[in-house]
Design a protein. Structure first.
Length: 334
């Protein structure tokens, strides 16, 4: 099994009109409605009512979801520990967590719109990349830990991390720039971005240079913008109109700054973080700049490349590993 990944703010099974059992998995019809398995409800039933049937489901039907939650998200111990079930119940019985769980379950009592978004996105991905593996998708309450969990053909998201930036409890634990992404509209782009990153990791031949990371993440975000029908590339990054206008206005200056300072081939982790990771702003460009300008610039390079390679499919784009050549072929002229 491929090593699973967890993402915080950046970072249930999926059914296609069929019931899942080990014997009928291949009978699912791709293209129909995606149903999100409500692991969050099953866990709540166990914690709230000490339900044996809920616990049985957690340890049989949803064994991987339970294992990831206990061992890797909450780090409470091993899933096969003798007293782990009681430890899990005690953990979620905390009064603050009970309130958070209740609020999250109330807010997401109806998941139909999210299911439609997953259905459209996976349908488009499967059309573009026939070999693409559709994951099992489930929702959970992670006690404000990981937003998205990615495993081998498994994709989970934490509804308690998408309560809306004005949710009162958040202000005790998160900075304002983090709150911006903690809203329902970010579930789909976060899930598709991180699942695609798990399926198409940064190529091993890449040296971890800024240009490699920019184009790799730029490719993933570019594809997500297409499959989720965002009007602009900046919208996929959740930029405001003012932030996107700032990037457009300073496009040439940003690129010249990167080149003149020799950042393009830098492998300095701190430098890469300043360009690529969520923050109040992008440190090199002042307080008025949005976060993740490096990712936005990577998307611009990919967009330029695709405009000069109109015959290229998204499948072929995902399979590119030579980012230096891609940059040269993009005819990028900001």
């Amino acid at each position: 099994m491929r090593k699973f990944l967890f993402f915080v703010l950046f970072s249930c099974l999926v059914f296609f009109s069929c019931n899942f059992t080990p014997g009928n998995k291949d009978k699912c019809v791709v293209g129909k409605k995606v149903e999100i398995i409500r692991y969050d409800k099953v866990l709540n039933e166990y914690v709230e009512f000490n339900s044996f049937s809920a616990l049985q489901k957690m340890n049989t039907e949803y064994l991987l979801e339970t294992k990831y939650l206990i061992e890797d998200v909450l780090r409470l111990g091993q899933v096969n520990d003798d007293k782990i079930n009681e430890k899990l119940k005690v953990f979620y019985s905390d009064s603050t967590l009970r309130k958070l769980s209740a609020d999250a379950l109330a807010k997401y009592s109806d998941m139909s719109e999210v299911e439609k978004g997953f259905s459209r996105g996976f349908r488009k991905l499967k059309k573009e990349v026939p070999s693409f593996k559709i994951p099992r998708v489930y929702s959970q309450v992670s006690a404000l830990n990981e937003s998205v969990v990615v495993g081998d053909s498994l994709l989970g998201f934490s509804i308690d991390k998408y309560m809306g930036e004005d949710y009162p409890l958040y202000k005790q634990y998160f900075y304002d720039y983090q709150l911006k992404s903690m809203k329902p509209e970010r579930i789909l782009p976060d899930c598709f971005n991180f699942y695609l990153q798990s399926e198409y990791p940064l190529p091993e031949q890449g040296k971890g240079r800024l240009i490699d990371v920019m184009i790799h993440l730029g490719t993933i975000h570019y594809i997500v913008s297409k499959i989720l029908d965002y009007k602009t590339l900046g919208e996929e990054l959740d930029y405001t109109k003012d932030e996107e206008a700032w990037c457009d206005h300073n496009r040439k200056n940003i690129w010249e700054y990167i080149l003149q300072n020799g950042h393009l081939n830098s492998t300095d982790p701190m430098l890469l973080r300043k360009y690529m990771k969520p923050a109040p702003h992008t440190a090199f460009f002042g307080d008025n700049s949005p976060m993740m300008v490096g990712t936005w610039m990577g998307m611009q390079i990919v967009d330029s490349y695709m405009k000069s390679h109109k015959e290229m499919s998204l499948k072929e784009l995902l399979e590119i590993t030579d980012y230096s050549k891609m940059l040269a072929d993009a005819r990028f002229n900001p």
